[in-house]
Design a protein around this ligand. Structure first.
Ligand code: GLA
Length: 572
């Protein structure tokens, strides 16, 4: 039953072809002109969000990677789930238990489906999901937008539909999609000399030469003396297109043979769009061939009368290619959860979709349309310099985050490495101020004693379950903090909160004690400040619980590598 579901989902996806979403980017005027004319399910800028109904506040959970790397097993995952429950972390809001890399066997099964490691997850994933769900928790899984994962295990590029269907059928509710072994779509397109339309029995019907195509953008005809026919060039990088008009007598399937001029060391790619909708892809290999004429064949549906066959390469850059590949997987996940619910008569379990391409292709510019969260940096380490560097990159991206789509500065290292108590608090506070996903990366089994009871007075557990801090992260306004003030020692961050309140965080990046002050009244006209003017403001420091009132000036002294975070409201 599950296998049938997966096969039919894969077949349906193959039949509909690939949908592409381009994102907002700077392009030259001629390129923009060409793009406008090329648009086929392609919109240069869209405000449409991924909109799968989850991650309306930043997701919270635990992931296996930061501590356990490739040493994970079903037993460990169940112990972790138990620790989440017993320690109070679940009650504090952490709900996802995420398998990172190395959950899978190195071999797909005979249906092309991924399978769990036979030794470490002997029951497979579905029974584990049932156990995790029975505890009120949700299971997350991992793959890569490449030919292998970062640990060189099977990955999902080219297997999007079948993998999404597999995960949906297992009841997965969080999916992290990495970027190792990625193969970007080439931005280069083949040069086209002519096209031939034949019947399926091989009888040629007609040939159209380059000169007959309608060219747009930078597409142009080139003649060279060594060949009798000219060819079309300028179809690369979404700067030009060529459209042939082809007339046939009957509706039906035809063979489209595209005669290309072989050339060069790079793989070439183009989309073939029939009558503005049906999409096909063509690829030309890097060549050392003895002949210069190549033939690429595609089976196409044509209608009786005139048909437009259009060629172009929609990928203007690596960013286009990455955005399109991540979008594709996201669409497959949505289709798969819906289809599985329909086929089994069960409630749909949407999958929180975590894009993990490390910020290489500015995912903050297209992530909101493609998924629920997007990594903005390379991997975090459990060291102070790593945390500060990631913060520096992520804090600048405030305007891109919002309900359903979050900047992801990577999973938490609170409790790992040799971070001091102040550093752990600072790390957690910064992530909450930045409305970051709170995905724990430590061994939370350490919060329990040998009898399975929660240990008293655990500093790390207290940090991770601080309700006031979590409320800042999870505030329903869903705004990432803005950096109000910065100097070499201290940053001042402001996060508007629902109910007309704000959070103000003083962050001492410096290795020595520092002092800083602001006047609350200076914040009032800022877009990121929610507070109304008042004679007095009530302040509460969220680590110490200290409460006081101020008229305007808020001055703090800060220990090295520490924060103070205030929740502030106008005093009625
Ligand atoms: C990449 C990701 C990490 C982790 C590993 C797993 O490095 O960025 O978060 O998932 O792969 O191999």
């Amino acid at each position: 039953m599950l296998k049938d579901f997966i096969k039919s989902a894969a077949a349906a996806a193959a039949a509909t072809g690939i949908a592409i979403a381009l994102k907002n980017q700077t392009i030259s005027a001629p390129a923009a002109l060409a793009r406008a004319t090329n648009a086929v399910k392609v919109s240069a800028k869209s405000d449409k969000s991924y909109d799968n109904g989850v991650a309306l506040t930043p997701p919270m959970g635990w992931s296996s990677w930061n501590t356990f790397r490739n040493h994970i097993s079903e037993e460990l995952i169940l112990q972790i789930a138990n620790a989440l429950k017993v320690s109070g972390l679940q009650e504090a809001g952490y709900q996802y238990v995420n398998l990172d890399d190395c959950w899978q066997s190195s071999k797909r099964d005979e249906n092309g489906q991924m399978v769990a490691d036979y030794n470490t997850f002997p029951r497979g994933i579905r029974p584990l999901v049932d156990d995790i769900n029975a505890m009120g928790l949700k299971l997350g899984i991992y793959s890569s937008n490449g030919t292998f994962t970062c640990e060189d295990l099977p990955a999902s590029l080219g297997h999007e539909a079948v993998d999404a269907a597999t995960f949906a059928s297992w009841g997965i509710e969080y999916f992290k999609y990495d970027f190792c072994h990625n193969k970007p779509f080439p931005t280069s397109a083949p040069n086209i000399e002519r096209i031939i339309i034949s019947k399926e029995d091989g009888t040629d019907i007609l040939t159209c030469f380059a000169a007959e195509a309608k060219l747009e953008g930078h597409a142009r005809i080139v003649s060279d003396n060594r060949h009798p026919a000219s060819y079309i060039t300028g179809l690369s990088a979404n700067i030009g297109s060529a459209a042939f008009n082809v007339s046939v007598e009957e509706d039906g399937k035809y063979i489209l043979s595209i005669i290309i001029r072989k050339r060069g060391k790079f793989t070439k790619y183009a989309k073939v769009v029939i009558n503005g909708s049906a999409e096909h892809e063509i690829w030309a290999a890097p060549t050392n061939a003895a002949t210069t004429e190549g033939k690429i064949q595609v089976v196409v549906e044509l209608k009786a009368g005139d048909n437009e066959i259009k060629f172009f390469n929609p990928y203007g850059s690596r960013m286009d290619a990455a955005a399109s590949q991540y979008t594709k997987m996201g669409e497959e996940l949505k289709k798969a959860t819906k289809a599985y619910a329909e086929q089994t008569g069960t409630e749909e379990k949407p999958i929180c979709y975590s894009i993990c391409e490390w910020g290489l292709n500015m995912p903050w510019r297209w992530g909101k349309q493609a998924g629920n969260l997007w990594r903005t940096t390379m991997d975090i380490q459990a060291t102070w310099p790593s945390i500060v560097s990631i913060y520096e990159q992520n804090v600048r991206l405030a305007k891109y985050a919002g309900k359903g789509g979050w900047n992801d500065p990577d999973m938490l290292e609170v409790g790992n490495g040799a971070l001091t108590a102040d550093e752990n608090k600072a790390h957690f506070t910064l992530w909450c101020m930045m409305a970051a996903p709170l995905i724990l990366g430590n061994d939370i089994r350490n919060f329990l004693d040998e009898n399975g009871n929660v240990k008293e007075d655990n500093e790390v557990l207290k940090i991770l379950t601080n309700k006031d801090l979590i409320a800042i992260d999870q505030d329903e306004l869903g705004v990432q903090c803005y950096r109000h003030k910065t100097n070499i020692k201290v940053d001042v961050l402001v996060k508007p909160l629902s109910g007309g309140e704000i959070a103000v965080c003083f962050f001492n990046k410096f290795g020595e004690e520092s002092a800083e002050s602001i006047n609350i009244n200076d914040l009032l006209d800022k877009a990121y400040c929610n507070l109304r003017r008042a004679d007095e403001y009530k302040c509460r420091e969220l680590w110490s619980g200290e409460e006081f009132e101020i008229q305007g000036t808020l001055s703090v002294a800060l220990a090295p590598h520490s924060v103070k975070i205030y929740r502030i409201k106008a005093d009625d």
